[in-house]
Design a protein around this ligand. Structure first.
Ligand code: NAP
Ligand code: MN
Length: 264
């Protein structure tokens, strides 16, 4: 018996597609929406949002994750609702490759204490209002920048095609394990100087971002776009987590082909 765990984004289309496709499987499969812990495969019906938020809400399951795109872009989703033959084959555990993504980690120190949060794509740290965020950036214990602007995106290679890309960050081949720090509207004037390009760091680096002394900021921290509501921020330390997710891809999967088809 192969156990399949289902995540849907709540839309009618995702629900109908999940029902229709899992009915095709017939005997030998057990479908659940309650417990991913012993699943052989996780199926996500929806777009990237369903993928990101669904996996987060189930604690980033270890099993291979197969995405079926019923959303808009679907960068993580490998199949379309009409790919029924591949769907049956993949659910039987055959004919795919796995793409592994390392998660990003944020250790948040705030008025509420300390918490650790994981993300697949990115963290956003920025002022919640329309004030200039004044932030100190420390790379591996060395203060590197006093930043003035809207804030930062801290992106994994998976997130390099999401928010970071919209802000002029580079697209990172997922074989290059890394952390990218992308500034949001950096000010670079005679009075205030900030780096204007994004910066890339090796997987062993940690980045600490904290409000400059004396600056009164109402900082928000968002994990894959979700507000973690941390209270008053003292500092946030970003690094790569040891935790990974494994995404089902076609055998001829090619990252740059996917980038070309989704963006050009
Ligand atoms: P959303 O507000 O629905 O839109 C984000 C868009 O980015 C959607 O089209 C989504 O695809 C796509 N996307 C998500 N992850 C991607 C990836 N790794 N590569 C390429 N495109 C990707 O938000 P959401 O769907 O919940 O996704 C959360 C993500 O949105 C955050 O992690 C952040 O990176 C991104 N975001 C981007 C901007 C911006 O570009 N200005 C602003 C805020 C947040 P689907 O259509 O398949 O959902
Ligand atoms: Mn979305």
């Amino acid at each position: 018996m192969r156990k399949l765990f289902i995540i849907e984004n709540g839309s009618d289309l995702a629900r109908e597609t999940a029902d229709r496709m899992t009915e095709l499987l017939g005997k030998g499969f057990e479908v659940s929406r309650e417990d991913p812990s012993d699943a052989d495969m996780v199926l996500v019906f929806g777009g990237d949002g369903a993928f990101l938020h669904g996996l987060e809400s189930w604690g980033f399951p270890e099993a291979p994750i197969l995405g079926i795109n019923t959303g808009h872009l679907g960068f993580f989703q490998e199949l379309l609702p009409e790919d029924t033959e591949l769907f049956k084959q993949f659910c039987s555990g055959k004919g795919f490759t796995l793409q592994t993504y390392r998660l990003l980690k944020a250790q948040v120190y705030s008025s509420k204490g300390e918490q650790t949060v994981l993300a697949i794509n990115d963290f956003t740290i920025r002022d919640r209002g329309a004030k200039v965020a004044r932030l100190c950036v420390t790379i591996d214990d060395k203060l590197v920048e006093r930043f003035f602007g809207d804030g930062f995106i801290v992106a994994s290679c998976a997130g390099s095609t999401a928010y970071s890309y919209s802000l002029g960050g580079c697209i990172v081949d997922p074989r290059l394990e890394s952390i990218q720090l992308t500034p949001m509207a950096p000010i670079n004037s005679k009075a205030l100087r900030s780096f204007t390009s994004s910066m890339m760091f090796p997987p062993t680096s940690s980045l600490t971002i904290e409000p400059m002394e004396g600056s009164s900021l109402d900082l928000g921290v968002y994990a894959d776009g979700m507000d973690i509501d941390p209270g008053e921020i003292i500092k946030v330390k970003f690094s790569l987590s040891e935790k990974r997710i494994h995404v089902v891809r076609k055998q001829d999967y090619d990252f740059w082909g996917k980038v070309e088809s989704k963006f050009l």
